[in-house]
Write a protein that binds this ligand. Sequence first.
Ligand SMILES: C[S@@+](CC[C@H](N)C(=O)[O-])C[C@H]1O[C@@H](n2cnc3c(N)ncnc32)[C@H](O)[C@@H]1O
Length: 423
Amino acid sequence: MSGAHIRLAAGRLLNLVLDKRRTLDDAMAADDAFNALDGSDRAFARAIASSALRHLGWIDRGVSPFLSRPLSATGAEVRALIRAGAAQIWFMDVPPHAAVSETVEAARLWSPARSGGGFVNAALRRVSESESPARSLSPLALWPDWLASRLGSAYGRQTAEALALAQLEEPGLHLSPKADGARVAAATGGTLRPDGAIDITSGTVETLPGYAAGEWWVQDAAARIPARLLSPQPGERILDLCAAPGGKTLQLAAAGAEVTALDRSRPRLERLKENLARTGLHAEVIVGDGEAWKAPTPFPKILLDAPCSALGTLRRHPEGAWIKTEADVTRFPAVQARLLAAATDMLAPGGTLVYCVCTPVPAEGVEIVEAAIATGPLKRAPVLASEIPGFEPSLTPAGDVLTLPAAGRQHDAFYIARLTRPA
Ligand SMILES: C[S@@+](CC[C@H](N)C(=O)[O-])C[C@H]1O[C@@H](n2cnc3c(N)ncnc32)[C@H](O)[C@@H]1O
């Protein structure tokens, strides 16, 4: 396939994500032009789309002085190609003349963009003569204004900027071992981290030793903390209330607990079952609504990894900042509060509940927990620094865990609180 076909595929992915609000993974699975490319061309198209999404705030602000009409007033396909072109020129090692000519050629191949080829050409020529906006724009300009202002007021400008810059890093690969971490590290050539995850620097998941035998699964190091804070014991009954696709269920089951894994999404539970089968672990799997499901008897331990805005996973899913709206973020807290109330009702007196979300938005994290403590039977069971080796800086003064990524601290942003129901 030609270079223009690669740019066409990248533009189509951006169009699906940014104008139809699909995730990048969904867009890649769905788009025929992308799937018609062979391996290295497909990887390049994906890299262009991914770079455009990581840098989108800078790109849109950076190109605007070069356009005779606003980006929002151009056709969606033309807009997608300008973004794909600017990403190549400003943020990838693509020679500018190739980026311009192949992207303009892609407009000719894409009928809804064809009449906009001249506009794409004029815009990208100006982009190729200019400096990257990374030099002049703040890191917060990487995000939509509502997100920058929410996280800026929650954490202060400096921390919010560090969070925004963290999304520019390609995420590393962390493995969670089923049993002996040192053995998995030796077999895969990875490094055993103080938190027990294994850092992998090269290799694809399916070809790493131990994948087929189910000796490990992929799980971000920060995502491992919630299940560990429950201290799962052999034979102990544990409810994983929002379980799929199952990273935390696997951890609990690997510790020997008798896990009930409930989720309302049947397709996501199929993935959980596949993960159980590959690792040879066992859990009772239930399709159900956590707000309505009634436990036959109360559980001594419950994990609630609640649905959330997932804005703590922007390195992995940079489109999240753009396909989620402020209305989505405003919608989640009510759901989270209801699920926490349902979980509290199913927790035995003296039991322990871990609540977590993969977002740094306080309205979905600490504010949910504070409200539950203020109005219900739960009390905080503060986490100790010794329980989170490698993540000590993430301990909050109240004894919760907030894993904000920063330079040199590559992991997802999770908020985690441990609570008990007094006997
Ligand atoms: C953050 S994900 C869970 C990730 C999972 N714990 C893991 O480690 O792989 C949140 C899950 O909540 C599920 N969910 C959302 N609302 C729910 C509800 N009312 N009852 C049960 N599950 C729900 C979603 O289907 C989704 O799988």
